[in-house]
Design a protein around this ligand. Structure first.
Ligand SMILES: Nc1ncnc2c1ncn2[C@@H]1O[C@H](COP(=O)(O)OP(=O)(O)OP(=O)(O)O)[C@@H](O)[C@H]1O
Ligand SMILES: [Mg+2]
Length: 258
């Protein structure tokens, strides 16, 4: 049987929900656990390159170029990072998301290339804070979806709307897609509202699906500004501890729920 690479999509339509921080740090933690990781930055803000310290030159092909120029393959656009075994497919900051077309199977075809499964153990996709064709491409190609959310009152409704979209994609386009979990980020146990929102999510989607959160830690924001995953910037920080634990949990879930 043709092997395919597991694809983990990090998504939440809400801006600033921690998607890129989670994508970059989970990617680095997976590598530390022995995986070869390809991180695809579907968001034209291009923040994954910033978080990994990758300078994207003007001649560098991007994932967005692949979408618009059909003769490019993923291999034409993959960049090395300073971290061995962590590769980035960068974004094109000039890409206009409203011009993302209506072919939602483009990523499915690109990732079906068997050489991707030979070269990488897992693909992580960071997504834009919008419901556009790029997000649909990611969801159609996904094996797993991880939903980070900041536990404040507006988030719950946003997560519910997203889950409706996920169920639509599962029933109509990608039956193999599974929700890996909901991840509270920037949590502070002292804030009652945070606990209440996570309780709502747990009640709606089940305790097993709500993962241990990533606590608020300024080191995570500083690491991003220093262009490094937190495990290299502040290895003893709360953020580094939380991401190491999260990555182990995710790999266990991806193995056990497969
Ligand atoms: N656990 C955390 N503790 C402190 N700051 C955090 C934490 N997680 C993320 N941040 C900060 O919150 C901001 C938003 O995070 P991030 O860019 O990861 O969100 P996003 O969902 O990717 O945003 P966008 O929707 O714009 O792509 C960033 O400044 C980031 O450094
Ligand atoms: Mg982002």
């Amino acid at each position: 049987m043709k092997s395919s690479v597991p694809v983990l999509v990090i998504t939440n339509r809400k801006g600033g929900a921690g998607k890129t921080t989670v994508s970059v740090n989970v990617a680095a933690e997976f590598v530390a656990l022995g995986k070869r990781v390809l991180l695809i930055d579907l968001d034209s803000q291009g923040h994954c390159a910033v978080g990994l310290g990758v300078k994207v030159g003007s001649k560098q092909s991007t994932i967005h170029d692949i979408f618009t120029l059909s003769d490019l393959s993923i291999h034409d656009a993959v960049c090395e990072t300073t971290i061995p075994n962590l590769f980035l497919l960068p974004a094109n900051p000039a890409f206009q998301h409203h011009k993302s077309g209506n072919d939602n199977q483009c990523l499915v075809r690109l990732l079906a290339d068997e050489s991707i499964a030979t070269q990488f153990d897992v693909v992580i996709i960071d997504t834009p804070p919008s419901l556009d064709n790029l997000l649909l491409n990611a969801l159609c190609a996904a094996t797993w979806v991880l939903v980070p959310y900041v536990p404040h009152p507006l988030s719950f409704e946003g997560v519910r709307q997203l889950v409706r979209i996920l169920f639509n994609v599962i029933s109509e386009q990608n039956p193999k897609l599974k929700i890996l979990g909901f991840l509270p980020v920037m949590t502070t146990s002292k804030v009652r509202q945070h606990r209440q929102v996570s309780e709502q999510v747990t009640k709606q989607f089940g305790a097993l699906r709500v993962l241990n959160g990533i606590r608020t830690d300024i080191k995570l924001a500083e690491a991003f500004a220093a262009n490094k995953p937190v495990r290299f910037y502040a290895p003893k920080s709360r953020g580094a501890e939380d991401f190491a634990q999260l990555a182990t949990t995710l790999l266990e879930l991806m193995t056990n729920l497969d």
